[in-house]
Ligand binder design. Structure first.
Ligand SMILES: Cc1ncc(COP(=O)(O)O)c(C=O)c1O
Length: 445
């Protein structure tokens, strides 16, 4: 394993990353002003918003329950329409029975329709490129374990990758003699492109890249990274776990070969369903991890053939309830004005959140200062109070955030930390939620 421990602590221009103290000042979080601030102010008085946030809040049961949910990176709150889709599914299952044609045919039709919608959502060429798995981890595993590795092959990733993306590569290097190269990040939290360029060579088979960091919230320069990969013929796996549902994810613009994500986060879908996009030309090259009656044709006693679509990654009966709920979540994102409106609203709320955090004189914020290069995730520390206590105390007030290493210890190590707190904003949050969060944070002593 090379690179780890060397690149991991260097910035994009090779500088050593500045440690924790006074981070917010070092990173220079800029105050927002002008039209954006005016818009957020006007939003408070119910004017000029591209998203109907009062409808979005009305559709989100946690608010009625007095809870301000700010941990969408772990798993967001599905709107009532998505919860109803699950309830309707279970009611129909109970009334009709699974293999009743009246039930099964509708479930199969919904599955097809959902794949078509997902394909459209990520601009895939065809629904045959869309596989439904149980989770983001399973989708990543299908790719990493499915390639035909040879000793001497190389794989490149960055310190941004988390347990389910990074450790399968470590295992690969141990079991198959594949060389793992790990690239560091700058103190802004962006992958070091120079180091990436140096790490990729003609033996590189796969590059695994995070689109939006779960621990820092930074949006990665995948356009530039893609150019480096293209020069090498390596395959590219994009981890879109934190980007799908909050920014436009376009597999053709990304020019990636594989893309993975769970659907319970920014998409506001259910738990237990993950997306695996596999470029059509590569489906036959990717051996599914499991063999099942749903994925594989038994030809003779010792011969079999996996089906030629991404359905080969769906071992066993799908949970049609989660599929139906995901279908509804995709419609709901459209009803909210579509992904660009969602992105704009999250970006504006993130600017406001960063501004409010910067006003507090005992808060350190990690990573990029500019909300244009961020999603709705902000990592921070309140000085002299452990992140766990911060999260626990806020939960007592009905404000749900999270503390820990976010399964990304290499990222935290870059900032000389082993834990921090993380707060997220989605389009159905508003500036008042942020104000309440900041006020509660201020009361902690
Ligand atoms: C960036 C990233 N990758 C992968 C995963 C794994 O997804 P899952 O929990 O569905 O396996 C997560 C989940 O938190 C994630 O944030």
């Amino acid at each position: 394993m090379s690179g780890l421990g060397q690149d991991a602590f260097k910035g994009s221009s090779g500088e050593r990353v500045v440690p924790h103290a006074n981070t917010s000042r070092i990173l220079g979080i800029r105050c927002i002003s002008g039209p954006m601030c005016a818009r957020l102010e006007s939003e408070r008085s119910g004017l000029n918003v591209s998203i109907n946030s009062s409808k979005a809040r009305g559709d989100t049961p946690t608010f009625a329950n007095g809870i301000i949910y700010l941990d969408h990176a772990a798993g967001s709150v599905p709107p009532i329409q998505v919860l109803d889709a699950t309830r309707d599914y279970l009611n129909e299952l109970g009334k009709l029975g699974l293999v009743n044609p009246a039930f099964y045919e509708k479930a199969s039709e919904t599955t097809k329709e959902t794949k078509k919608k997902l394909a459209r959502f990520i601009n895939a060429a065809h629904m045959d490129e869309i596989g439904l798995t149980k989770s983001g981890s399973e989708s990543i595993g299908q790719v990493i374990n499915g390639l035909d590795w040879k000793k001497g092959d190389e794989v490149v990733t960055s310190v941004l990758e988390i347990v389910p993306g990074y450790l399968p590569l470590v295992r690969l290097s141990k079991q198959k003699g594949v060389k793992l190269r790990t690239v560091g990040i700058s103190k802004r939290g962006l992958v070091n492109l120079e180091a990436l360029g140096r790490a990729i060579n003609k033996r590189t088979r796969l590059v695994v890249l995070m689109q939006l960091s779960n621990s820092l919230g930074t949006l990665q320069p995948l356009e530039e990274a893609k150019k480096l990969i293209k020069e090498s013929n390596a395959l590219c796996l994009v981890n879109a776990s934190q980007s799908i549902g909050q920014i436009r994810v376009d597999v053709r613009a990304l020019d990636c070969d594989f893309l993975v994500a769970p659907c319970r986060k920014w998409l506001r879908g259910p738990q237990g369903i993950g997306l695996l996009y596999c470029r059509k030309e590569l489906i036959e090259d990717l051996e599914p991890s499991h063999i099942s009656w749903t994925t594989t044709k038994w030809i003779s006693r010792t011969r079999y053939r996996h089906i030629g679509t991404a359905e080969r990654f769906e071992a066993g009966e799908l949970n049609f309830g989660t599929v139906r709920a995901l279908n509804r979540a995709l419609d709901y994102a459209d009803e909210m004005g579509g992904i660009d409106s969602i992105r704009n609203r999250i970006r504006d709320l993130t600017s406001y959140l960063l501004k409010r955090l910067q006003e507090s004189n005992d808060i350190d914020v990690y990573g990029e200062a500019e909300s244009a290069i961020r999603g709705g995730i902000v990592a921070f520390d309140k000085r002299n109070i452990s992140p766990e206590i911060v999260a626990k105390e806020l939960a007592r007030e009905g404000l749900i955030i999270e503390a820990g290493d976010f399964a990304a210890p290499l990222v935290l190590k870059t900032f000389h930390r082993d834990k921090w707190a993380r707060v997220c904003v989605h389009y159905f949050n508003d500036t008042e939620d942020i104000d309440r969060f900041i006020a509660a944070l201020g009361r902690l002593k």
